[in-house]
Design a protein around this ligand. Structure first.
Ligand code: CA
Length: 285
């Protein structure tokens, strides 16, 4: 019998591993299992599966490290991963999504729920990369998905941060310099984001526009820090000869930002949130 797909289940608790193995085999999947991170990596490189179900707490290296190493290796880079997290482990969840995992499911989980998520991911077109290639951050599809997930959360907010003037910048200095600038913005924002120890969801919409999502009362001050840091480093985005002073015939790079609050009830229509953000964005004086 032909298998629907091959799953690699990485779980050190034998009962859960057995249960998952038998369940998915019964559903027509081919199931490989690993009980440690190193074993999972070796197996995935030898026989790349269509999807990995990855427990975060493993006896040797943790699930995040396994994930990083999967992403670092050409043969396993594109394999979607569902993290198994501890219920209520908000940080685990955000870190997982920030790394570009396709999904997470908190333990204890229902088999049907897990199966539905596996099916969803396998149905997804391969052409839709989870991570933005330029910045390594979650791209537009994951941002939309994350917004949709927060639909009921009135206390949440989303902030847009980006640079005005990138187009002219690229025309003057070339697209490599422009891409470097976008990458630098991503690094600055991610740097500030991780300083708090409890990072927000951060994604790159494209064209140098970034989105940060989180609880409003925590997000607002963090977004202010991000904007301030970005303003500080902005001069260094220019080639050396122009660091001291932006050329007069070139529109200067300016930091722009905008915010949409969960209370506005827009999160159910994530595309509307994004267009509102674009409409509202203002330069920071
Ligand atoms: Ca475990």
């Amino acid at each position: 019998m032909a298998h629907i797909a091959t799953l690699l289940i990485v779980e050190d608790e034998p009962e859960t591993a057995n249960l998952l193995e038998r369940y998915f085999q019964g559903q027509g999947y081919e199931v490989l299992t690993a009980t440690s991170g190193e074993e999972a990596l070796a197996l995935a490189r030898e026989r790349p599966p269509n999807l990995v179900v990855l427990d975060i707490r493993l006896p040797d290296i943790d699930g995040f490290e396994v994930f990083r190493q999967l992403r670092a290796h050409r043969k396993t880079r594109e394999i979607p991963v569902i993290f198994l997290t501890e219920r209520g482990g908000r940080e685990d969840r955000l870190v997982g999504l920030e790394l570009g995992a396709y999904d997470y499911i908190p333990k204890p989980f229902g088999l049907q729920e897990l199966r539905a998520r596996v099916q969803n991911i396998l149905r997804r077109p391969q052409a839709e990369p989870a991570l933005d290639r330029l910045t390594g951050l979650p791209g537009r599809p994951m941002i939309l998905e994350h917004l949709r997930e927060q639909a009921g959360h009135v206390e949440w907010a989303v902030v847009l941060i980006g640079l005005d003037g990138l187009k002219a910048f690229g025309e003057r200095y070339g697209f490599i310099a422009r891409d470097d600038a976008i990458r630098a913005v991503g690094l600055v924002l991610a740097g500030v984001n991780h300083e708090s120890g409890d990072p927000f969801f951060l994604g790159h919409l494209g064209e140098g526009w970034f989105v940060v999502i989180g609880e409003r009362h925590l997000l607002s001050p963090a977004a202010e820090r991000m904007v301030a840091r970005l303003k500080n480093v902005l001069p260094y985005f220019y080639p050396l000869q122009d660091v001291e002073k932006c050329p007069e015939d070139l529109p200067p790079l300016r930091v722009m930002t905008a915010q949409v609050q969960g209370t506005e009830g827009l999160f159910r229509h994530p595309e509307d949130v994004l267009s509102q953000l674009q409409e509202r964005k203002r330069a920071i004086p």
